[in-house]
Structure formats: C-alpha cells, structure tokens
Design a protein around this ligand. Structure first.
Ligand code: FAD
Length: 336
C-alpha cells in the first residue's frame, strides 16, 4: 500500500498519460501514474505495437511500440511512481485532495489527471472451462517474470505479437512450449512469425494451429489441458503446468463513469478549455475527453496533457504559473 501523497496522479499510462507524466515532472510536481495494464503505452502497446504511425510531429514514421518506448523514457526521467496492473476503482474527494482506491491499495493525491483513453483494457477471457477458477493459479494473461516458467510445461494461446514474442522467449527456458492458435494466420510482425516458424521446424516449439482450448484441468494449480481441432472437433489432452492466454484486451470505460464527472454520452468526460472536468482538481485529457472539435489522435492528446498538467500544477499551488515557459530555457534540463 502506498499512501504518500503526490501532487498529481495520472490515471492511464497511454501516450497522453505518459506525456502528462513527463510534463508534471518538468514542472517539478511529484507524480504517480496508475494503469490497469501490466505495461505502459496504452493502445500503442496493447493494440498495435507493430504498426507504423505517420502523424506524430517530428517522426515521419515510427513503430507504435518505439513511440511508446520513447514516451516511457521521456516520462521516467523525472522518476514518477509507476503503478501497473491496477485499475483505479474510485476517486474520492477528501480534505487533502483525493483518495484513489485500487484493489491493491489506496493512493493520495492533491490533483488528478484522468487519461483513461477508451477505458481500462480488460483481458479477453479464454473461452474454456477452468479458466476463471485457475486464473493466477497457472493461468495467466501477462508475463511479468519469464524465469518463473523455467523447466515448466507451458501452453501459450494466441496468434498476435504477445503470444509469439513470449513463445520465442520461453522456448529456451521452459521444459516444453506448445503454441495453440485457432487459425494459421498471424497478427504479429513478419520477422517474429518467421522466427517462430524456424523454431517450430527445429522442434523447439510444438505448434497446434486450427486448435482451441476446451478445458483447463487442475484443482489448486493447472495440471493439464484439453484442446480440440476446430475443423474436426477431435480432442487432444495433455499435461502442462501453465496456460498463458494472449487473446488481447477489450476496452471498457468501467469505473470512471461513476466518479461524479460530467459525461458526454456514455463514454466521454466533458472538459473545458483548461481540460478541467466538472470536479475541481480533476483534469482529463486524451481519447477520454469531449469538447467541441475533439479529435482522437495522439497529437491532440499530447497538447491536452500539457494543458491539463499546467492547470493541475496551478490548482495545487496557486502561486505557480500556468504557463510553463519554454523547455529550452528550463533549469531542470540544464542540471541533468
Ligand atoms: P489510451 O492509449 O487508450 O491509454 C489509456 C490507458 O488508460 C490504458 O492503458 C488503460 O489501461 C488506462 N486506464 C483506463 N482506465 C483506467 C483506470 N480506471 N485505472 C487505471 N488505468 C486505466 N492515433 C494517431 O494519432 N495516429 C495513428 O496512426 C493511430 N493509429 C491507430 C491505430 C489503431 C489500430 C488504433 C486502435 C488507434 C490508433 N490511433 C492513432 C489512436 C491512438 O492510439 C489513440 O488516440 C491514443 O492511444 C489515445 O491515447 P490515450 O493515452 O488518451 O489513451
């Protein structure tokens, strides 16, 4: 549990939240970022890491995951506290500012910038019996530390970058790696697919295309799976220790709807030109917000983040100017 108060807590670590964190650090505000995903980057890393982006200023062309990495590097230079895998459930006003409640703890903040995008991405559940019961008992949807799978028999499910990236890492650690995918097309980078196919040919990975998981067996831990061929319905059952499901994430605005912020429709937070919401001290930016002329773009999210943070800084300390001045002449960069 972390209850040390921060000047600004940024909810959402997508491009908008990351740029907001950089900006808050540059303004000298103590900062925390909280994201429900296990990784920073928002849609860039969760939805399209291998796609090229062409319309971010200064980058004629950049891979989404490279832009995310750059944003993380820029944001972390001021060492904000980063809390991952935690969805903010509630934002409650109190005498010092706000208390943010998550499942893993509560976080105090003097102001809040909501950069929740299209909402908290929830992992798509694997439609197999035993999934819910064995979740986090051998069934996982993200890998935090690959070494825990050393010498384990691992089944990976999916055909995107996460499934392929991890199967390539785990083949050298695990006792056995089986990749299960419901078709023979892949949503991953071409070079990664080629590496996976080479590893399959070298018998380092067992590949089961046109297969899906029907049942995950086990009592306290995963003990085995039953998969089936979706063309013939023929079943295969085998023992394993771990099932890693990489079926992607579904967006859901979720708890943000219940924080008392004025909404536009069901999924947008209304903001004014200072990116202020209807609750004093709570600002918002990025895909989540609505105002006349709003565009859902990374570039607009950056500008909104700058406006939101500068106004949050002024909210926390009314003697601080809203206008940050130019970074070119800031002391904070000259010192580093
Ligand atoms: P997001 O990236 O959605 O990040 C929001 C973060 O907030 C998420 O990580 C989420 O987990 C977290 N979150 C939400 N609620 C909570 C909560 N309660 N607690 C904790 N965390 C929470 N834009 C462009 O400008 N150019 C392009 O070429 C482009 N291509 C795209 C291609 C695709 C396939 C897609 C899907 C989008 C594309 N976009 C593009 C849009 C761009 O990705 C979004 O505009 C951008 O990601 C919005 O950033 P954000 O930080 O506001 O939100």
């Amino acid at each position: 549990m972390a209850d040390d108060i921060r000047d600004i807590t940024i909810i959402g670590g997508g491009p908008t939240g990351l740029f907001a964190a950089f900006y808050a650090g540059m303004r000298g505000a103590s900062t925390r970022i909280i994201d429900s995903l296990p990784e920073l980057g928002g849609q860039l890393t969760a939805l399209y890491p291998e796609k090229d982006i062409f319309d971010v200023g200064g980058f004629p062309r950049i891979l989404a995951k490279d832009l995310a990495n750059n944003l993380v590097e820029q944001a972390l230079q001021f060492e904000p506290d980063v809390v991952l895998d935690e969805q903010v459930q509630e934002v409650v006003r109190d005498e010092d500012g706000f208390t943010l409640r998550c499942r893993g703890g509560t976080y105090a903040s003097r102001s809040v910038v909501v950069a929740g995008g299209k909402g908290a991405f929830e992992p798509m559940p694997l439609p197999a019996s035993g999934y819910e019961e064995l979740l986090h008992k051998g069934v996982e949807y993200s890998v935090k530390d690959p070494t825990v799978y050393k010498d384990k028999r691992v089944v990976l499910v999916g055909g995107g970058d996460s499934a392929l990236d991890w199967v390539l890492v785990l083949k050298d650690l695990a006792a056995q790696t089986v990749l299960v995918h419901r078709r023979d097309g892949w949503r991953a980078h071409k070079a990664t697919v080629q590496r996976m196919e080479a590893a399959v040919d070298a018998k380092e990975i067992e590949l089961r295309t046109f297969h899906e998981v029907r049942e995950i067996r086990g009592t306290d831990r995963v003990e085995g799976v039953t998969i089936f061929d979706n063309r013939t319905d023929e079943e295969t059952t085998f023992e394993c220790d771990v099932v890693l499901s990489f079926l992607g994430f579904k967006p859901d605005l979720g708890p943000i709807k219940d924080w008392g912020l004025e909404l536009v429709g069901k999924n947008r937070v209304k903001v004014g030109s200072l990116m202020e919401t209807s609750v004093p001290g709570v600002f918002a930016a990025g895909d989540l917000v609505d105002y006349e002329g709003k565009l859902d773009l990374i570039a607009t999210g950056f500008a909104e983040a700058a406006v939101a943070v500068n106004n949050a800084v002024h909210f926390v300390d009314p003697s601080a100017r809203v206008n940050p001045g130019h970074s070119t002449s800031m002391k904070v960069f000259k010192e580093s």
